[in-house]
Design a protein. Sequence first.
Length: 273
Amino acid sequence: MALPAQDERTMPAVVLGDIDRKPLDHALTDLNILTEQYGHVVVVCSQATPEPVVRRLHTLRSLLESDRIALFRPGLPPLGIAVLARQLRQLASCELSPGVLASAGRLLTHYIHAGAVLGSVARLDRVPVGLKAHARSWVPGSQFAVVAHPEPQLVKVAPDATLKGPEFGTWLLLAKGQLQSEWAAGLGTRWKAHGVRETALPAESPLWWGTGRLVEFCSYLADLSVLYQLVASVRRTSCHWCGMDVIGDRCVFCSATAPPHEPPRAPEQRTPA
């Protein structure tokens, strides 16, 4: 799902819709045109993305023999994925190299709190669920508040129920499915958010959460200057494999990790003649 632009500088999103259903040559042409138009492409998709789509993306990248296409699948719920993609679109308007922009996604995931209020956790396999919570799922009217990232949390919804939230100022985004929840609406107050916004529920959310009876939520940093400051403050290195400038220990374009650091050798001791 492509969220609307956060500000006038936010780069437009390109949705690779039905990429697994198009004839291979058509999908290949579309992705090649996109790469030539922008120079580099970062494809952000959920871990709930169907395997045929993921296989097609890898096939296209291989056929194009291109190191200018990065496939990024962070472990975020679908709404968190949409928020992260928009943050990268915001940063794309800044003077950042493609490698730094792509690897910034791994950095920004640490500042995203993503979860949902669920009508059932019977099919939830993304967060540890105890036997008692499973049993309560069968009680009519039960609701559960879950945080999947950055650390798993699960509580039964009640007036005094709380979830640990961000310790810095964020905005809160809500996406309503087939569930009415006053508790979710009040989460912005509990987490002291700057404000609450609403959007449509991503198509992959029911699959990711195991139910369509949900309200998905995500807290995030919205200000471009803050996002840029975070990325710019991290030390940059060159990927030892493809030469891209990156931040962190992994290049998103070629998937190479930084070689282990080897301490300098001590000088050889020579016996005087």
